[in-house]
Design a protein around this ligand. Structure first.
Ligand SMILES: [Zn+2]
Ligand SMILES: [Zn+2]
Length: 293
């Protein structure tokens, strides 16, 4: 297994990146590209349609105040209106039940989902990804209306801008030419800097392993010091042997179009393999909400 040298963030590396106006449209394009020939093609195509609808919601609501539950209800309705595919019948009826809740009940479910808590056996469960998608649009707008320059983020496990859980890490080439890692928020898609080799949950920097699907079929190549990232996977898992958590790492060094959310759902097979090896999934992705233990 290749070991990385921990690289401190160069001075020019932003400690916090806020999502731009194309965050959902770029995600939709990435999901479409990943769906081609994928075993989970239909699921990825539905996620792409959801991301397109999120883009339309963001474009029309970005100037509005959206933080309260009445606005969340509006976003859910708007999201459904902008979906260019038909909702499965169970999702459609669950969404109608969700919209029929009073503000306090809707807010309670939204607050729980923000923290990764949901009942996968609830009659409303088929609407959780839609609620999650609306929360993402809401959080993205709220954070775009904040002065994030006033924030001084640390290497935290939750988003410094909105408090959201991490979905995955994103690698880019920093100014020095080395890989720089940011952790992406599952809600507002802001990215905050965390050291290159560090478990975001427990802070462990030593007992970490990096696993990719390519590892199953190919012997690890000899490290090339001139191109240290040439043979790494676009989607890898950082597995912590201290807390036994695993967080996806998505590399824009490997593929400039890689997206934390899209590449995460396209590589769920990697989480299953890690689960078999005893590692629990750290990333929270509202597009994919499995049954919880
Ligand atoms: Zn956030
Ligand atoms: Zn850990």
């Amino acid at each position: 297994m290749t070991q990385f040298v921990d690289i401190a963030a160069p001075a020019a590396t932003p400690a916090l990146r806020r999502a731009g106006m194309t965050v959902f449209s770029r995600r939709a394009e990435r999901l479409l590209a990943l769906a081609d020939g994928h075993p989970m093609r239909d699921f990825l195509l539905f996620c792409a349609a959801l991301a397109r609808a999120q883009h339309a919601c963001l474009a029309t609501r970005v100037e509005h105040a959206v933080a309260d539950s009445a606005s969340l209800r509006q976003l859910l309705t708007l999201l459904q209106r902008h979906l260019d595919v038909e909702l499965p019948p169970d999702s459609h009826s669950a969404l109608l039940c969700l919209l029929a809740l009073d503000d306090a009940a809707l807010q309670a479910l939204a607050d729980a989902l923000r923290h990764g808590q949901y009942d996968a056996r609830s009659p409303l469960a088929a609407a959780w990804p839609l609620l999650g998608a609306a929360l993402q649009v809401q959080a993205t707008i709220v954070v775009r209306q904040q002065d994030i320059a006033a924030l001084t983020p640390g290497e935290t496990a939750c988003c410094p801008a909105c408090g959201g859980l991490p979905v995955a890490s994103v690698l880019r080439r920093g100014d020095s030419g080395h890989a720089v890692r940011h952790v992406c928020c599952s809600l507002c898609a802001s990215e905050w800097h965390v050291s290159r080799v560090k478990c975001v949950v427990c802070g462990n920097t030593r007992q970490l392993q990096y696993r990719s699907l390519a590892d199953r079929d190919a012997a690890a190549p000899q490290p090339d010091r001139k191109q240290p990232h040439a043979h790494r996977g676009t989607q890898e898992l950082e597995c912590c042997d201290s807390c036994h958590g695993a967080l996806k790492v998505v590399s824009r060094l490997q593929d400039g179009n890689a997206d934390a959310f899209a590449d995460d759902v396209a590589s769920l097979a990697l989480d299953l393999l890690a689960g078999d090896a005893g590692y629990g999934r750290i990333g929270f992705n509202p597009y994919f909400l499995p049954a919880q233990d």
